[in-house]
Design a protein around this ligand. Sequence first.
Ligand code: SAM
Length: 279
Amino acid sequence: MRTRARFGNLVAHLKGAAPGSRGSSITDRDEYQSFCQRAATDDAVFARFRRAPVYVDTLEHVTREQGAAYIEAIRRDSPDLLTDPARLYHVNDKLGTPLLYEYEATGPVSPVTLRYLKVVSDLRLLFGDLSRLDIVEIGVGYGGQCRLITQYWPVGSYTLIDLAPALALARRYLSGLATDAELRFEAPDQVQAGSYDLCISNYAFSELTKPVQQSYADAVVSRSERGYMTCNFVSDIFKIESMDRAELTALHAGTRWLPEEPLTHPKNSVLVWGTRDPA
Ligand SMILES: C[S@@+](CC[C@H](N)C(=O)[O-])C[C@H]1O[C@@H](n2cnc3c(N)ncnc32)[C@H](O)[C@@H]1O
């Protein structure tokens, strides 16, 4: 059961931010935010948002080769996800006109969807059945990871935390695809402190400025029994100071690092805690 309390002290920290940045993370940029807002409100933009250069730049940039490597990892760990005749993951490619590649195991599919499917496979191996869990995700993109997780498990609730325009896009995307899950949307200034069963953040928490990370850590991360966060260490390129590996390790008791598979950047790795097999 999730407990909630008001937590509204997140602020933008503009000092040292790159041009066009509003300061809370490497993706908190005017161009990206205004595109998300347009995609959320303009039918023509929404229809092809997964092809727009600013969006591809931010999160639709998984390559054909990386897609093939995700398939190999899924085949090794969770072959049933690929052989299941229902191929539930295809639902994630129905909106926004993503770039699809043809793979023998899947038919035409977006490699970004394969990345989200690999996370589904990892979550199942690490945590087992996610049914009825209260899940929170920080930095959700358009909600693709949420879409796949709620496709595979009847979760208790799924809370999406992101910048307001990104959330508007995620709300539109998710409302276009039927789901029974209880979805909650929280912009940075609406984040509620609460206990969750599982906290997810891929290529997102690690891109935030330290004060914003600390706020989410206090409100959400430290209160989550289980965690799965794919961390990249590229913030300095964008003149942003984010937590280093040691600070991320200290976010929660019992954290450990797993390799990102496939490795999409030399320094990437996955921070987990609360797994069912800590070996
Ligand atoms: C590189 S994208 C990753 C998206 C998604 N997790 C994925 O794996 O496709 C980074 C995400 O962080 C979000 N973000 C940026 N600043 C944020 C902030 N201050 N609070 C929450 N999310 C933020 C962006 O809007 C975007 O959704």
